[in-house]
Design a protein around this ligand. Sequence first.
Ligand SMILES: NC(=O)c1ccc[n+]([C@@H]2O[C@H](COP(=O)([O-])OP(=O)(O)OC[C@H]3O[C@@H](n4cnc5c(N)ncnc54)[C@H](OP(=O)(O)O)[C@@H]3O)[C@@H](O)[C@H]2O)c1
Length: 291
Amino acid sequence: MSKVAFIGLGVMGYPMAGHLARKGHEVCVYNRTSAKAAQWVDEFGGRCASTPREAAQDAELVMSCVGNDDDLRSVVLGEDGALAGMVPGAVLVDHTTASADVARELAVQAAERELGFLDAPVSGGQAGAQNGVLTVMVGGEKPFYDRAEPVIQAYARMVRLMGPAGSGQLTKMVNQICIAGLVQGLAEALHFAQCAGLDGLAAMEVISKGAAQSWQLENRHKTMLAGEFEFGFAVDWMRKDLSILLDEARHNGAQLPVTALVDQFYADIQAMGGNRWDTSSLIARLKPARR
Ligand SMILES: NC(=O)c1ccc[n+]([C@@H]2O[C@H](COP(=O)([O-])OP(=O)(O)OC[C@H]3O[C@@H](n4cnc5c(N)ncnc54)[C@H](OP(=O)(O)O)[C@@H]3O)[C@@H](O)[C@H]2O)c1
């Protein structure tokens, strides 16, 4: 069992840290809003700290899961940041979905202090975090990965080292590119079914057994048809991820015409007040035809 710190007890971090405690690791948590850290300790035991630095002291592994690049820098760097508290040889495992650039930057800063760094974004959403079945895509050096992997298994179904620092974030970008085009395709298919006067549920039931099958189709078609968008990853988060990956594509030369278009469609959803709707809300832009 390891001494672990967990920084960022949001929708994802709270249950992930909980799995570590349940597995018997000695966990110290930090959260900017301290009431959430106190609630976590009430539920899972362990300790809470008043700064990331304090949480990281003595920890062999420090996990983080905050919002974006700037949030990550604010909990990792500086006088009260995690790196300042970590002991040489310890490894920082960052589960935030952030840029590959910030991952490379933090890997350098960690190495200067004889610390390890792994970028390890996750896929699987809130349900995956709660059920401990996340997919974890990791970038960094193998010796650090080998130490962190058995601990990450507490909340993962799939963990893989993808390459040097930044490779975890790049793999997560691949994931988000898949999802963007796929959800727009599903939204258009459902919209077409409605415009054609078909029973949308029946149409989805039939095609879900053929080549059009997908996780999004299986799990979201009913709520999309019902116009309910309270089921997971928020549009604001998706636009953050799309902005990161479109920026990466500008640098590596990848052409992402559909992804760029879907990003603009999500901007429309934000303009409709759907910032916190889930990503399947793309269908809300498509008005049923007048018949
Ligand atoms: N939700 C999903 O389905 C999902 C799926 C895959 C990946 N992700 C990614 O996982 C990360 C976390 O997502 P989430 O849904 O858990 O977000 P969330 O519920 O909004 O939680 C964000 C966490 O980060 C903390 N935080 C944010 N900015 C901070 C700052 N400047 N300083 C200190 N702490 C800060 C928040 O603290 P407070 O409590 O004080 O606000 C909170 O603990 C994001 O990068 C997201 O893109 C999310």
